[in-house]
Design a binder for this molecule. Structure first.
Ligand SMILES: *[C@@H]1O[C@H](CO)[C@@H](O)[C@H](O)[C@H]1NC(C)=O
Ligand SMILES: *[C@@H]1O[C@H](CO)[C@@H](O)[C@H](O)[C@H]1NC(C)=O
Length: 210
């Protein structure tokens, strides 16, 4: 008789198959040091410069043909965010084209190196990077929202060594608008960036009441 075999569970198997080809990376979200500014002078919008016209690398085979955005993408971003907000008992976001444009201008400049540098503008910002060209809007949002597993709502803390800031920005009570962009990097890779207004993630404040 053969010894017992250890069954490889389907989720584990699909993870193993999936990993070599595409993996997401969590980028630390923007954190703001203290209470929201009470003065009337808003931070200036970061000058992100002119965006180069998109030029696609030879051999780019993405389903968007290098455009990055696709039909109904904005709706997908919004629906994915609002599913999480509703679960957390927060009012839904509205989509904001100005924020989406800001996110796009910033993300377009990341296409060459596929780096995930934050814009440090006046908005909250979640960024996502994944290999390949297939990552969709809702996958990035779900990736961020997964952090809810590490967030303790009772004492508003995050498990040691884990990040919760993407999640807390998504559910931040006083944030009302979101706008996002998706770009494909020249050498492969997808960057997804969302901006939030008013920004959340003030350190020491409660996401659900402030
Ligand atoms: C959450 O925090 C509370 C208060 O510190 C603690 O009693 C509880 O065990 C924590 N829950 C988890 C799942 O860590
Ligand atoms: C969340 O924000 C709304 C308005 O921005 C406010 O009316 C509400 O009281 C806040 N929720 C909590 C739990 O503080």
């Amino acid at each position: 008789m053969a010894g017992p075999t250890i069954p490889l569970s389907l989720p584990l198997l699909s993870l193993l198959l999936f990993l070599p080809f595409a993996f997401p990376q969590l980028i630390p979200p923007t954190l703001l040091p203290s209470a929201p500014p009470t003065s009337a002078d808003p931070s200036p919008v970061a000058d992100v410069g002119d965006v180069k016209p998109p030029t696609n690398p030879p051999g780019l085979v993405s389903f968007t043909r290098g455009r990055g955005s696709y039909k109904m993408m904005a709706r997908e971003f919004l629906v994915a965010h609002n599913a999480i907000r509703t679960l957390a008992g927060e009012r839904p976001y509205v989509w904001d084209r100005r924020l989406a444009r800001y996110a796009r201008r910033w993300a377009e400049q990341r296409r060459e190196n596929c780096d995930t540098i934050h814009s440090h503008g006046p908005y909250g910002e979640n960024m996502f990077w994944g290999t390949g060209w297939d990552w969709k809007a809702k996958e990035a949002v779900q990736n961020w929202a997964h952090e809810r597993l590490y967030y303790n709502r009772t004492d508003r803390s995050c498990w040691p060594g884990k990040m919760c800031g993407h999640f807390t920005q998504i559910v931040w009570n006083s944030t009302v608008r979101v706008g996002c962009a998706r770009v494909e990097c020249y050498q492969g890779g997808v960057i997804i960036s969302c901006n939030y207004d008013p920004p959340g993630n003030y350190v020491g404040e409660d996401p659900f009441t402030s």
